[in-house]
Design a protein around this ligand. Sequence first.
Ligand SMILES: NC(=O)c1ccc[n+]([C@@H]2O[C@H](COP(=O)([O-])OP(=O)(O)OC[C@H]3O[C@@H](n4cnc5c(N)ncnc54)[C@H](OP(=O)(O)O)[C@@H]3O)[C@@H](O)[C@H]2O)c1
Length: 290
Amino acid sequence: MTEVIVTGANGLIGSVFCDQLASSYNFCKLDISNPTKPVDITKADSIEEALKGSDAHFLVHFAAFTNVTAAWEQTDDVDGSAYQVNVVGTQNLVEICNQHQLHLIQISTAYVFDGEKPTPYSELDPINPIEWYGKTKALAEAVVQEKAEHWTILRIDQPFRPDRFTKLDLVHKIADDLRARTLSGQFTDHFVGPTWIPDFVKVIDWVLRTSQTGLFHASSGEQWSNFELAKQIQQIIGSTTQIQSSLLNEYLQSHNRPYQKNTALSTKKLIAQLDFELTPVVQALAQTQF
Ligand SMILES: NC(=O)c1ccc[n+]([C@@H]2O[C@H](COP(=O)([O-])OP(=O)(O)OC[C@H]3O[C@@H](n4cnc5c(N)ncnc54)[C@H](OP(=O)(O)O)[C@@H]3O)[C@@H](O)[C@H]2O)c1
């Protein structure tokens, strides 16, 4: 089986990727919590050591500092873990990919945009991150685009799994809060582009199968307000809890952390080339175990 190197293989998305494609690829996991062979991507020699003897042609890079609020608390701190993992870690991987002739598949985010565009963002829209997590991911994208010899960048937004994971995704959080009757007011003026992780895994598999390079948006391509998404989840789980609506614009008046108002992504470029159809969010939610 073809060997594929993976960072962040134990995370929300990386773990689905490794499970779903376990019979197609042999995964070499660069894993910081491996008790015998930990690999910290912020340390170049630790990655180099782990790749000795590998004959892989691809490296799928999921590992990241993903806590947006914790990253915001580190704003402008280049010694902080958000910058170190997201930027320095990616720089290290780019160098190693170039040395080993590896095609780097970089997982990125809609948070590279400022969220001011009312409709889904295309790959041609200029990036303008408004908080530190988005800035570090934008810097990582720049390193990949400027320095990597073979690369693909896949941007996603609000990924959700078919099952429950230790780190809850947005749709499982909403379902839990509905059941516990603790769901706060849901924004009618905040829009997201949910990403069904099993489809996203198929998109990465498509890149592995076709060696496609370049920048692609790889969410569902749909745009949902938090309020409409919560109502859809409510219907699926059969909850009778009343969902209150609220406004991000009002919430922002008493909160300092910046929020993008819209992170939905257009997938027109992707679906023009993809050899399978993306699952509509309503169908994906119906397949989700809540
Ligand atoms: N989740 C989202 O809402 C979202 C949205 C858009 C884009 N993305 C992007 O999608 C990718 C995957 O996100 P995710 O939500 O699956 O992430 P996650 O669940 O937070 O997992 C992150 C992974 O990175 C690993 N990691 C952290 N620091 C490391 C280091 N110094 N060296 C090696 N590995 C390290 C962690 O290892 P341990 O588990 O061993 O600590 C973990 O496996 C990221 O690039 C993220 O930016 C995520």
